[in-house]
Design a protein around this ligand. Structure first.
Ligand code: DGT
Ligand code: CA
Ligand code: CA
Length: 362
């Protein structure tokens, strides 16, 4: 029997914006991908829970969200993908430390196999999940929801059950009854199309789905999908938590103890980030070619400065001078004080064993 956790950050993009700018708290916050055609057209990428009360959802046109929220003092913000990816890595680095095996599944979710570190004692798992949740909040100011179960499928379903800031456990023996009342669309991998077909045949809940013989499901959806649906409806899943291949970039970010425009102060605050990144490079045997320094100014804008070298480096120690130059050049171009700083190394190569690092999950 395994013990698996699924961690999913709550209203991820919107929560980051809210955390960074507390005056947004209590208002509907909608993060939008505006189309380059202009005129304010685009789609909603993330909506905080207040805006969801008024039926705003990811994927809907911004115009629709504007109509739904017009009387409720909403805030519409453009996406800042690069920034969310750095925050993602910051959070993932914390989560990673809690698993025997860690698998990042998207920008804001990850699986952990914690069987060994809990000595296979399932009764310890809920407390462990609360500890992880509190640690993420303490270190980043962000809330997440965690599902605890004995396979990946059930852990993911559980994580989505109580949100935001929830912990939900599906213990051995509880799966069938837990699943019975859920809507079919709550099963990962059963998309809009499949749900529609099943609903047109009169099946709405997972309990009803459980009554369909496997042969029938395979004839509706093909062998592979049919079998997947049959097993998923019963909470059966054997997929291991897989450690991901090498990543394309490593980054670190921190909030300065005080807002500043002092070059020396910024450089001193970057030192712990340099040590952390050096540790990543050494432990994974990586070298980098591109270095980026990020600055988040007090007006909450993110700025970056990069340099790509002719040669590879397996430590940031030899490029401190470049970090200084990039920082200097940023300060000369921007009038605002700096509130957070970050460092990223990319264009990575694994010097151990084989070839160019290719894998990514974004
Ligand atoms: P949650 O988990 O229900 O509290 O809310 P989110 O916003 O974290 O939703 P999730 O986990 O499905 O997606 C994570 C992030 O991915 C989300 O904050 C923004 C982005 N995202 C999700 N759906 C869409 C979409 O339809 N379009 C775009 N552009 N981005 C999306
Ligand atoms: Ca999420
Ligand atoms: Ca997610």
């Amino acid at each position: 029997m395994r013990i698996i956790l699924h961690v999913d950050l709550d209203y991820f993009y919107a929560q980051i914006e809210e955390r960074d700018n507390p005056v947004l708290k209590g208002r509907p916050v909608v993060v939008c991908v505006y189309s380059d055609r202009g005129g304010g057209s685009g789609v909603v990428a993330a909506a905080n829970y207040i805006s969801r009360r008024y039926n705003v959802k990811a994927g809907m046109p911004v115009k629709t969200a504007e109509k739904l929220l017009k009387d409720f003092n909403p805030v519409f913000l453009p996406v800042r993908l690069n920034y969310y990816e750095i925050v993602s890595e910051e959070v993932m680095n914390i989560i990673k430390g809690y698993g025997d095996v860690f698998e990042q599944a998207s920008v804001d979710e990850a699986y952990l196999d914690v069987t060994r570190r809990l000595n296979g004692d399932f009764s310890e798992a809920a407390g462990y999940a609360f500890k992880l949740q509190a640690d993420v909040y303490l270190k980043t100011g962000l809330t997440c929801s965690i599902g605890v179960s004995y396979n990946k499928l059930l852990a993911k379903i559980a994580a989505g059950y109580r949100k935001p800031n929830g912990v939900t456990v599906i213990a051995p023996g509880e799966a069938e009854s837990f699943l019975k009342t859920l809507k079919i669309s709550k099963i990962p991998g059963i998309g809009v199309k499949t749900t529609r077909i099943l609903e047109s045949k009169g099946y709405k809940t997972v309990g009803e789905l459980q009554s369909i013989p496997v042969e029938e499901l395979m004839s509706f959806f093909g062998r592979k999908t049919g079998l997947y649906i049959y097993n998923a409806a019963r909470g059966l899943d054997e997929e291991p938590v897989k450690p991901r291949g090498p990543v394309l970039q490593h980054s670190r970010i921190k909030t300065l103890r005080e807002n500043t425009r002092s070059l020396e102060y910024i450089l001193s605050e970057l030192e712990p980030l340099i040590s952390d990144l050096n540790r990543d490079l050494t432990s994974e045997g990586l070298s980098f070619k591109t270095l980026t320094v990020f600055f988040i100014t007090v007006d909450l804008k993110i700025h970056s400065k990069s340099v790509t070298f002719e040669h590879r480096f397996n430590s940031l120690n030899p490029v401190r001078k470049e970090i200084l130059k990039l920082t200097e050049s940023f300060l000369s171009e921007n009038p605002y004080s700096v509130r957070r700083v970050g460092l990223k190394v990319s264009n990575l190569l694994c010097e151990r064993g084989s070839g160019q690092v290719k894998l990514t999950f974004f």
